[in-house]
Write a protein that binds this ligand. Sequence first.
Ligand code: PLP
Length: 371
Amino acid sequence: MREDFLLLNPGPVPVTREVREAMSEPMVSHRSAAFEAVYERAQTHLDYVFEHSTPDGASTSAGGTSLILNGTATMGMEAAVANLTDRHSEVVSVVNGKFGRRFARIADRHGDATQVAFDWGESVDLDAVADAVTDETEVVTMVHNETSTGVLNPVEAVGEIAAEHDARYVVDGVTSIGGDEFRIDDWHVDVAVTDGQKALAAPPGVSALYVADDAKPHVDGEKAPFYEDLDWHLRKADSHQTPFTSAVPLFRGLAEATADIHEEGMPDRIARHRRQSEAFREAFWAMGLESFPDLNEHAEFSNTLTAIRLPEGARGDDAPAFFDAVEARGVSISGGQAHLGGDIFRVSNMGGLSSEQILRGIRTIGEAFRE
Ligand code: PLP
């Protein structure tokens, strides 16, 4: 792999040399004081990210606990839902892309899920959500940044609906948290889920959860898969430990990456992500390309992931040649997922990318279209 190869896929994202070095430190026992120090460091910085992801850095949570799980965000999503539901629990899942659908599938495996579904790339219709959520609804699942389509969903508005019916609100902030605004209390979030390998710019393989203090009485670990018992994880997390063997190098990488976020500060980090995604959009529009998301007044373009329709000559059967031409120039981007394959391309600006790297991405994609 060439040293300057640029990953603009929506995860895993590039990690710094310091993160890589942290992962190659000599091994320690997961029951040692040395490991507890790593977990505590990661928790301190994750608390900062979960609680201060606002443009002015103000706190957005009255209190909660940051947890790290051995496993990517899908495990975190399942853990969040499974600890709040049993087979009879009514769950409403908002779906307008691949990850909303994944949440609905998880919810249906652990509870009784109703999907409020829209075409992938369409915005959420809040009236449809309001019609679906009732006083019987125990949990609402929602994806903040739909990575499959580039739509930033109205987490706050859906949170208000969930709160009106006293339903627990579980939010996938996998590709927003660490890169964009995210408000725990103002948006009524009970459990937030994110992934190491996305906007946190840590290695793949670990996910992070934030369980708000108010949600803790609703968590019942006995309902969940043994490995995902959040009561147990929460108890152990108080002493910077995990119930099972921790993925020590990945926890170290996450601690280092989140320390970098704390140093940059969430206000600057949010502003940078907004600037960079705007630069991507403006550049692609200037090339005559069209954004994929179909936005209503409640949705916005994602600030971490840009989804663009492939033009004539690069779509369908012609798409692989376009992606190969990008990759041959040392840059990796992503295509559409599932039925969107061959229709769109997706570029990420998650993590710690520089302006030069964003410009290189734009230049490379422009050149590949002209090839
Ligand atoms: N949720 C969102 C919004 C995502 O973008 C992803 C991955 O791209 C996931 C969940 C699932 O992450 P993983 O496949 O790493 O478990």
